[in-house]
Design a protein around this ligand. Structure first.
Ligand code: ADP
Ligand code: UVW
Ligand code: MG
Length: 397
């Protein structure tokens, strides 16, 4: 650690002395950013630019990234800082090509671009972030950390769709899975909360943000996940349908006369909670339910029903479950979703402690009853820290 600079000055130090990583987590409609000081994993700067492309928001991802750069400059923490060691980028789709954090070169960028058809809402935003950061600091290592990477261990029986094998092979059609950085981080943190070695613990992780996915993790290794070829499959999400009969697509095409792009937009942006009740934010749904709104109630019930199905399915996949971990915006904050999702599951060894579950508290914590064979935990995710660690490790060589 000879290069570490701990003098506490806002800037300065030699060129090789950077100990900070800028993490860019570009989502379909937001850019989250964090500056992570690796010496103590503190965050000198963090923020989010939201509502990209929506009314009242910035026009596009390039504009959002300019806003991020301006905010960092205003705090004296700009991209020109010599304390910066590297930039870490969340990249959503790595296909079968990328299963590890990867130093970004022109060739790597071209390969990420080739994967755009598999994640049209996400990879273009990630690419814009990479291009902007490379332009501003061509001298810095830039690292891509892939959402799909943690799922590369999923066995063929769970990863393959039962469709014509030659067609699947030719077009790369298989389950890739997403939110992997979060599933990896949270499954490890859950083992730590239980005071056990991750290699001995089986966890069902429920990542419930705007996008949502479940995963089955056996001894630290992912063995199944709810998202598939794209981040559309699986759980009910803010604006995405999750699982639907593929026949719905043909029916809409033939009977409703909708085109491919219209159906894509319908299922990705106008469905899920939003499609069912006109709101995609679980907080608003909670408020409306309290006022007796039947549409909000139905949306909540559909969301929870799907969640319970996956908990049951992944219990069967794992055989033995040690913990169910709730994470991301909804998972960490909605006691009502956790309560409803875990109710009546004594047959699976799950008993929630309703009082503990209702308490708001920071950090990882147990919300199951002492008698519960399966621990139920709320475990805050930290994708940015996980990306920063991977990025720093690779940048330092
Ligand atoms: N206090 C809360 N109660 C219920 N839901 C919440 C609360 N706070 C945030 N959320 C939910 O979290 C979602 C965002 O989660 P987040 O993990 O930040 O998503 P993403 O990373 O996909 O943007 C919001 O849509 C909102 O519904
Ligand atoms: C992959 C995915 O769904 O990401 P997000 O939840 O950030 O949209
Ligand atoms: Mg997220």
């Amino acid at each position: 650690m000879s290069g570490r600079q701990d003098d506490g000055r806002a800037d300065g130090g030699g060129e090789q002395h950077g100990t900070r990583v800028l993490v860019l987590n570009s989502g379909s409609s937001s850019v989250k950013y964090q500056l992570v000081e690796m010496a103590d994993e503190s965050r000198p700067a963090a923020g989010v630019v939201e509502r990209i492309g929506e009314r009242g928001g910035v026009a596009d991802h390039a504009q959002a990234l300019r806003t991020v750069a301006e905010r960092l400059d205003a705090e004296g923490l700009g991209l020109d800082s010599p304390r910066l060691a590297a930039v870490g980028h969340r990249v959503v789709h790595g296909g079968t090509r990328f299963t590890e954090p990867t130093l970004i070169t022109d060739e790597v960028l071209a390969e990420i671009r080739a994967l755009v058809p598999l994640a049209p809402l996400h990879n273009p935003a990630n690419i814009t972030g990479i291009e902007v950061a490379r332009r501003l600091r061509p001298d810095l290592p830039q690292v891509a950390v892939f959402d799909t990477a943690f799922h590369a261990t999923i066995p063929e029986a769970a990863a393959r769709y039962a469709i014509d094998a030659a067609t699947a092979e030719r077009y790369g059609i298989r389950r890739y899975g997403f939110h992997g950085t979060s599933h990896a981080y949270v499954s490890q943190a859950t083992a730590a909360l239980l005071g056990r070695d991750p290699a001995d613990v089986n966890v069902i992780v429920l990542h419930l943000g705007n996008g949502a996915s479940a995963s089955a993790v056996r001894g630290g290794v992912c063995v199944d996940t709810s998202m598939g070829l794209t981040p559309l499959e699986g759980l009910v999400m803010g604006t995405r349908s999750g699982d639907v009969d593929p026949g719905v697509v043909f029916h809409l095409a033939r009977v409703a006369g909708m085109g491919t792009d219209d159906i894509d937009t319908l299922l990705n942006k106008k469905s899920g909670l939003l499609g069912l009740c006109g709101a995609n934010d679980m907080r608003e749904i909670g408020r409306r339910m309290a006022e007796g709104d039947a549409d909000a109630r139905l949306a909540f019930d559909v969301y929870v029903h799907r969640l319970r199905r996956y908990v049951g399915a992944f219990t069967a996949v794992l055989g033995r479950v040690d913990a169910v971990a709730f994470t991301a915006g909804v998972g960490e904050n909605s006691a009502a979703v956790r309560e409803a999702a875990m109710s009546g599951l004594q047959g699976l060894g799950i008993t929630l402690d309703s009082v503990a579950n209702a308490v708001r508290a920071p950090g990882a914590r147990l919300v199951s009853a002492p008698s519960s064979r399966v621990a139920v935990a709320v475990v805050p995710t930290d994708e940015e820290l996980a990306i920063a660690r991977d990025t720093y490790a690779l940048a330092r060589g």
